[in-house]
Write a new protein. Structure first.
Length: 149
């Protein structure tokens, strides 16, 4: 059985993001697709959620990317996050930038910019690193969800 958690931000932290993120631009579409698929492939494969590379074609981008923000290093994408109402979604960091604290910085940025007093996110139990980061940053598990097969 595969599990995911709904987590709520209940213990606000005083840290600030100290980064600037920019709105998604179609100029980054191919690199975004590559990083997104790279970040989620292993998890989707381990949980047997097909397709393992979620972004198969340009239809993914037709849903609108106006709530997606990018952290850039020149023209390279370090990571990104989507703010959907009161939910933080699809927080990713490119593999070559992982382990340097960018995930936390992006999370803090999202918390500073989300337009809600109650903030939620979802995370697969498979992603222990993310769960630990979220807990250290003030989130608690409020619901357990069965996912996949």
């Amino acid at each position: 059985m595969n599990l995911a958690y709904k987590m709520e931000y209940v213990h606000p932290v005083k840290e600030k993001a100290s980064i600037d993120m920019v709105s998604y631009s179609p100029a980054f579409q191919e690199k975004y697709r590559e990083i997104y698929n790279e970040c989620y492939h292993a998890m989707r494969e381990a949980l047997k959620i097909e397709p393992y590379d979620y972004i198969q074609d340009n239809s993914f981008f037709e849903k609108g990317m106006d709530a997606v923000y990018l952290l850039l290093d020149g023209i390279s994408i370090i990571g990104s996050v989507e703010l959907k109402g009161n939910e933080i979604d699809d927080l990713i960091v490119a593999p070559e930038y992982q382990g340097y604290g960018y995930g936390k910085k992006i999370l803090l940025w999202a918390l500073e910019h989300i337009q809600s007093d109650r903030v939620f996110l979802h995370v697969a139990d498979w992603n222990k690193k993310a769960i630990n980061l979220y807990k250290k940053t003030g989130f608690e598990i409020v619901e357990t969800i069965v996912i996949g097969n």
